[in-house]
Write a protein that binds this ligand. Structure first.
Ligand code: GLN
Length: 190
């Protein structure tokens, strides 16, 4: 994959498992901490962690604006998992401030607190794979009211848990914590 130059945002959260998944998918990801590192990056993963902290750190390092500008210009693909997915959603006046990259409501801790984290069945409809698989949900957000341009990739109990709009993909669960690297492989081809 010579033209694919992926990175994982490495300010906070679950960075290492994404680096491993991207490497297993055949790429050579870098850890990204500064805006200038974005210049030649084609695919960026925003990992899970704590979305409020992540949002502050992104502002502190002047990264949020650079990332969203690059995405809007069409030359950066984004994969957000959990806290990353929260940032990418629709700005419905919920904190932290959302980036409006995917036109869908994303509600923090939608299944409850840490003790309500779980591994559960998900059903793939489109995108990386089809059929049933397991998803790791850690203080996961819940998605609702997707706009027409949002493609539903996977559901759990009829609710979307993985979605895509253009080259932006959001998963409320953690594909990097299972051995299946299909999500990362598919993302690298967007
Ligand atoms: N609940 C966290 C938040 O609101 C996200 C949890 C996660 O990324 N695993 O930021």
């Amino acid at each position: 994959m010579p033209s694919v130059r992926p990175a994982v945002l490495a300010l906070q959260g679950s960075v290492e498992p994404h680096l491993r998944a991207l490497s297993e998918a055949g790429a050579e990801p870098i850890e990204l901490r500064r805006p200038d590192q974005l210049d030649d990056i084609t695919h960026l993963v925003i990992p899970g962690g704590e979305s409020t902290t992540l949002s502050h750190l992104l502002d502190l390092h002047s990264l949020a604006r650079t990332i969203t500008d690059r995405v809007m210009a069409g030359d950066l693909a984004l994969l957000g998992t959990c806290a990353g997915a929260i940032l990418m959603g629709r700005d419905d006046d919920e904190a932290p401030r959302r980036w409006n990259l995917i036109d869908i409501g994303v509600h923090r801790n939608g299944y409850g607190r840490q003790v309500h984290s779980f591994i559960g069945d998900i059903e793939w409809i489109s995108g990386p794979r089809s059929g049933a698989s397991e998803g790791v949900f850690i203080r996961a957000p819940r998605l609702d009211r997707p706009a027409a341009e949002v493609e539903i990739l996977a559901t759990r109990a009829q609710e979307p848990v993985a979605v895509r709009q253009g080259r932006c993909v959001a998963c409320t669960f953690h594909p990097e914590l299972t051995t299946d690297t299909q999500v990362h492989r598919w993302f690298l081809e967007l």
